[in-house]
Design a protein around this ligand. Structure first.
Ligand code: NAD
Length: 493
């Protein structure tokens, strides 16, 4: 059986231990993946540290050329990457291609590193004295990524980190690790020197090894909230710069004046796309005023048309969940919602697909209450909950009091209310008639509250800040007129 290797110092490296990889559409094991021991962590960090000594001195022109080449290779290999993603994750091929395209955007942003990293220059801040600022790389940095975007999330981090002059260690999800290694091969083909981009697989041992390693300067994490909190606490306690993006419970507020067909289309697309395994998926629809029955009926009408099947089958719109354990967890939430008294309008537990894949069909609950676990917990599956609210203020309170604050959407045709919502809602990413408002590469991605631990969002200008540290150089070129001892406190003249 094929074993997915680490990628250390520009070449594949075997691991002493391994873990299994499954095809979620069939439930069969298809490969194994290396699992790092502490000695592998030490080896990968040493390789990245050695590469940093020259990479930090590489010219911006050299970095830009490599980034452009990498961009072309990603584009050319999109179909292959999509197949790799779909086989281990289960998402459909078109969805996987969309993921690659959104990652590619960040590479395109990083191609402009010469512009993004420019400092300031102020001549004559004092007589004969000039100041300029530079942003410099941190050193060896690590990216720890979740299963749900095995290409896009590593590309949220690594192109900008590398463009800024850092060397990078990716710890992908052990559930779908092959795409990370393919990215490493493409970086190498693009001309990136050995050791600048590395991949280390594994579980907690690999992660803890990176979080506590004295030669790792910064950690960027994307995953679930409990682990994000743990990563932030552990890595900051070990002196590292950390951004840790966590889970979500994204609300879509539908006002009485909204186009209800557009809203129902959006709820189905954003609720069930990628089987609900997106951090920006809609999981709660808040129906405001008297539109609840009509909106629920429109969503329910659309559900039977959603084509559930293997990710690589033509026409599939929604694939399986990622693991058997996750399928059981999602089914458990549906059991709990029904037992708690929410109205089960569409029951995805009934789905009947041949074989042992990890299937749950699109599920819709109505009349969901705030204390039910289908509302309080991130389910990360194809389960939509409709909550009824009597007013805009009640809906806004609901969103603002939720512990998660990744994304939110408002559906309305009233520009004034939309404008006010954009200002009042306490969530990191807001969509107006846009259900999944993932910012484009020139902005930055990040939630508030339990959806982000740390201060700085991912990619865009905030990404450049995260992966660099600032320095100000104050310069005076000696001139005979400067001579003379002066023990007074230096003042600007
Ligand atoms: P996860 O937290 O289980 O795993 C993420 C990473 O952490 C993986 O690489 C995993 O190997 C590692 N990990 C898991 N348990 C660990 C432990 N005990 N100690 C150290 N490391 C550990 O997340 P997941 O199931 O892979 O991904 C789904 C989650 O990610 C969801 O909660 C989703 O909302 C979130 N997510 C958030 C964003 C965002 O931008 N906010 C984006 C994508 C996914």
């Amino acid at each position: 059986m094929r074993t997915v290797p680490h990628w250390i110092g520009g070449k594949p490296a075997e691991g002493r231990q391994t873990g299994p990889i499954f095809d979620p559409s069939t439930g069969s094991q298809i490969a194994t993946v290396a699992f790092a021991a502490q000695s592998d962590v030490d080896e990968v960090v040493a390789a990245a540290r050695a590469a940093f000594q020259s990479w930090k001195r590489s010219s911006l022109a050299q970095r830009t050329r490599i980034l452009f080449a990498f961009r072309e290779l990603l584009d050319r290999n999109t179909d292959e990457l999509a197949r790799i993603i779909s086989r281990e994750h289960g998402k459909t091929i078109p969805d996987a291609k969309g993921e690659v395209a959104r990652g590619l955007e960040i590479v395109e942003f990083a191609c402009g590193i010469g512009e993004h990293i420019k400092g300031d220059n102020s001549p004559n801040v004092s007589t004969g004295v000039d100041s300029f600022s530079v942003r410099q790389p941190l050193g060896v940095v690590a990216g720890i990524t979740p299963f749900n975007f095995p290409v896009m999330v590593p590309l949220w981090m690594s192109p900008i980190a590398i463009a800024c002059g850092n060397t990078f260690v990716l710890k992908p999800s052990e559930k779908d690790p092959s795409a990370g290694v393919r990215l490493a091969e493409l970086w190498a083909e693009a001309g990136l020197p050995d050791g600048v981009f590395n991949v280390l697989h594994g579980d907690k041992v690999a992660v803890d090894g990176l979080l506590t390693h004295p030669d790792v300067a910064a950690v960027s994490f994307v995953g679930s909230t409990p682990i994000a909190k743990y990563i932030h606490e552990t890595a900051t306690a070990h002196g590292k710069r950390v951004q840790a993006l966590g889970g979500a419970k994204n609300h879509m507020v539908v006002l009485p004046d909204a186009d209800l067909d557009l809203a129902a289309d959006a709820a189905v697309s954003a609720g069930y796309g990628a089987a609900g395994e997106r951090c920006m998926a809609i999981s709660v629809v808040v129906a405001v005023g008297a539109i609840g029955d009509q909106l629920v009926a429109k969503i329910a009408d659309r559900i039977p048309a959603v084509k559930v099947g293997p990710g690589d089958a033509s026409g599939s719109e929604m694939g399986p969940l990622v693991t058997a354990a996750h399928r059981d967890k999602v089914r458990g939430y549906i059991d709990a919602g029904a037992e708690a008294g929410a109205t089960l309008v569409a029951d995805g537990r009934d789905i009947d697909i041949e074989g042992d894949g990890y299937w749950v069909g699109p599920t819709l609950f109505d009349n969901v209450q705030k204390d039910q676990t289908i509302y309080t917990d991130e389910i990360f599956g194809p389960v939509l909950s409709v909550v009824r609210a009597s007013s805009y203020d009640e809906a806004l309170d609901l969103v603002n009091s939720n512990p998660y604050a990744n994304g939110v959407a408002l559906f309305t045709c009233d520009g004034g209310v939309a404008r006010q919502f954009g200002l009042d809602v306490e969530v990191g990413m807001v969509g107006i008639n846009v259900p999944i408002p993932v910012p484009v590469a020139t902005y930055s991605f990040g939630g508030w509250r339990n959806s982000l631990f740390g201060d700085v969002h991912m990619y865009g200008a905030e990404g450049v800040r995260f992966w660099t540290r600032g320095k100000v150089v104050t310069t005076r070129w000696p001139d005979p007129s400067h001579r003379g001892v002066d023990l007074g406190f230096p003042q600007n003249k």
